[in-house]
Design a protein around this ligand. Structure first.
Ligand SMILES: Cc1ncc(COP(=O)(O)O)c(C=O)c1O
Length: 425
């Protein structure tokens, strides 16, 4: 049924039908959550063996006779660097292994740059209002970091090949107050877009007006593929090396959605210059990160191939869940073009655009019947989606049965909000 072709009385009839379905849902006392991209219990259980690898009887020495039970080695175990170098697309000299969270490393790096500057430049905090470019929709926690440091966020439109690179070139090359850009280059959060080769190349060829400009390349979903043949992201470091710009990118990833969220290991990849600077800053903050956890991870994966075969197990659990979300949306809205949505080949989210002016209402309607979604607007800086249309769906955590129920609730709420909107006009 296409609402656009209906008269008022038919629309009212349809609204009454949806209201009845909605009231029935209320009676079910549901408790469902599709708000955050959390791996399910089944997924985290895949890595339980990792917990047995290091125990009271274990030899805890790593490569080069590093004693993981004691202080030392600020930049991480060499064997773990070897496994994750291909994930970041850098060499072993260009890796820093951190603690349990890549987001906290992003926060740290920005905080270092605020107080101490970027490789000898004036600290950001001493400069006039600085700015960051923010491809939108994007990751709410990136935007929250900017807000915390009072860095002005400039929204940049996302296209199917990555963020609008013409606008980025124009702004970065002409405005020295722009110091950075957030990028989730593979299976972006929330749309699942992988930047095209041309986009990556043009990033590597940027000639920023500010010499302390950096690209924050958050490759959180680098190996989180949902298809057997993964989408390929061009290696930004290699491209930057070709263009003499290897100080531009600072690359991040972690095992949060590989082993245990909040109890995994995070990584930073950057030029030798940047690594030296960041390592110096970290030396003020800590004597070293948790090498016991690093050792567990290195012994568990053994090598890059081990890591990828582990990711295949995640894929087997996740793929059917993404299929439920996408297929439900396709079926429910086949002839009623009141939404558009992405069909990601990896990552953790499906991005849905409902009718303009309806996203907040949909999230609210869902909440009232027990389905929690990411707040509408969260995918934009300062929580402001000027179209009020984007909603991020995270299918990973609920069980298959819960997900089916959650999606039927979602579809009823999308239809109800749309009917309210068209009848209001
Ligand atoms: C794009 C992106 N970056 C970073 C993170 C958080 O990673 P970590 O757990 O390593 O801090 C997430 C989590 O959802 C994410 O989506």
């Amino acid at each position: 049924m296409n609402y656009i072709n209906l008269g008022r009385s038919e629309l009212n009839k349809e609204k009454d039908k949806m209201l009845k379905e909605y009231e029935e849902l209320k009676g079910l006392n549901l408790k469902l959550n599709m708000a955050r991209g959390k791996p399910s219990k089944e997924q985290v259980n895949l890595s339980r063996e990792l917990l047995d690898i290091v125990n009271s009887r274990s030899d805890c020495s790593a490569q080069d006779e590093i004693d993981c039970l004691n202080y030392g080695i600020l930049d991480g175990l060499p064997e773990l660097k070897e496994i994750f170098a291909p994930v970041l697309g850098v060499n072993k000299e260009q890796i820093f292994v951190g603690g349990n969270s890549s987001l906290s490393m992003m926060f740290d790096v920005i905080s270092f740059f605020m107080t101490s500057g970027v490789c000898g430049s004036e600290p950001w905090i001493k400069q006039e209002q600085i700015k960051f470019l923010c491809p939108c929709p994007g990751y709410d926690r990136h935007f929250a970091i900017l807000k915390h440091f009072n860095i002005k966020a400039i929204p940049i439109i996302m296209t199917s090949t990555g963020p609008d690179i013409d606008t980025i070139e124009n702004l970065v090359e002409n405005d020295a107050s722009i110091k950075g850009i957030w990028c989730v280059p593979k299976y972006s959060n929330p749309q699942g877009i992988t930047y095209s080769d041309e986009t990556v190349r043009r990033f590597s060829k940027l000639k920023p007006a500010a010499k302390d400009f950096r690209i924050f390349w958050d490759n959180a979903y680098a190996i989180h593929d949902l298809t057997e043949v993964p989408e390929k992201l061009l290696n930004i470091m290699t491209e930057c090396e070709k263009n003499n710009s290897k100080d531009l990118p600072i690359i991040f990833c972690s095992t949060s959605k590989i082993t245990f969220p909040g109890a995994g290991v995070a990584f930073l990849g950057a030029s030798e210059n940047n690594i030296k600077e960041i390592k110096k800053m970290y030396s003020f903050k800590t004597i070293g990160f948790d090498k016991i956890n690093q050792l567990r991870h290195a012994r568990y994966f053994k090598n890059y191939e081990g890591l990828i075969s582990h990711m295949n197990k995640h894929r087997a659990i996740l793929k059917p869940k993404f299929d439920i979300v996408v297929n439900t949306l396709k079926n429910e809205f086949a002839d009623n073009k009141i939404i558009s949505f992405t069909e990601p080949k990896g990552g953790y989210f499906v991005s849905v655009d409902v009718m303009n002016g309806c996203a907040k209402r949909v999230v609210d309607l869902c909440k009232k019947v027990g389905l929690i979604l990411t707040e509408a607007g969260a995918t934009f800086p300062n929580g402001i989606d000027k179209n009020d249309s984007n909603i991020r769906i995270a299918p990973s955590y609920p069980s298959i049965e819960e997900l089916k129920t959650a999606m039927s609730v979602f579809c009823v709420c999308v239809k109800l909000a749309a009917l309210e909107k068209v009848l209001e006009i």
